[in-house]
Ligand binder design. Sequence first.
Ligand code: TRP
Length: 332
Amino acid sequence: MNRIFSGVQPTGNLHLGNYLGAIRNWVTLQEDFECIFCIVDLHAITLPQNPEELHAHTREVTAAYIAAGIDPEKCIIFNQSTVPEHSELAWMLACITPLGWLNRMTQFKEKAGKHRENAGLGLYAYPVLMAADILLYRATHVPVGDDQKQHLELSRDIAGAFNRQYGIDYFPLPEPQILGAATRVMSLRDGASKMSKSDGSDYSRLNLTDDDDAIALKIRKARTDADPLPGTSAGLEGRDEAANLVGIYAALSETSVEEVCRQFAGKMFSQFKNELSDLAVERMGPIARKIRELTAETGHVDGILRNGAERAGVIAKRHLGEIRDIVGLLRT
Ligand code: TRP
């Protein structure tokens, strides 16, 4: 039986890059797998967070996933801290994880920056908590982006270490779930940098909460070059901004870049942008409206998270009981 687990940080400003790169893929996965999607609030606090914003972002991310098509009946969607077994298992796994493995983690080095001595223990242990998230449900597949491959690899190593230490084949080694070509969406202002929630200019990204007018305005203002659209994708080389807009069009219309080039060969970007704007409004507009609807209804999103936590908790409690037996801890 395949079970998918994935986690997402509760950050604000979810944008088109998050949608095309991750969220949309999760929506298709739920048709074929048992899926558990977790808003990882305990991971979020490995770096300083404003408490009100953390609340708001947890709800916003939940609303966005549901608005994008994740079905909370079919999937389990919940926030990590409401199932305390994640932290308990993280401790047990921390006890069998060699420091040497953690010292290799490149994301810790990036996030800790120059003053590594001042970094929190939680930030260092981040990948162990991530392993606990996955292994607690004995998940078999984990959809992750490139930046999380090393952490997933470590989760496999920790699962193996546990199985070896206790001489039991308890945890499946979680596999990365390779997804269809994820679109790398770049900034609308600079085709060389990724679309990002932290870019100072809001014109650089299409937020999932942008209304129709904002979407249209941002696409109209998006940077391009003076040349017309090429007839083949080869003609986009060295034209980062042009390639980005064509890529977005292809992803939103679920065709290839090649096909979009064929369709618009020789047209000017002013005209292409009108088409892109209509398409983006058609695809993204309903998601934004649904997010607003979900967040306006007080208590609705919280109810979904509570229900998810109950269902996740049933699996988590059963497995943690078994793990206690294996490790030699008396059951609660
Ligand atoms: N570290 C992941 C990220 O930042 C989030 C995450 C936490 C996760 N636990 C997970 C992803 C378990 C997959 C599986 O994107």
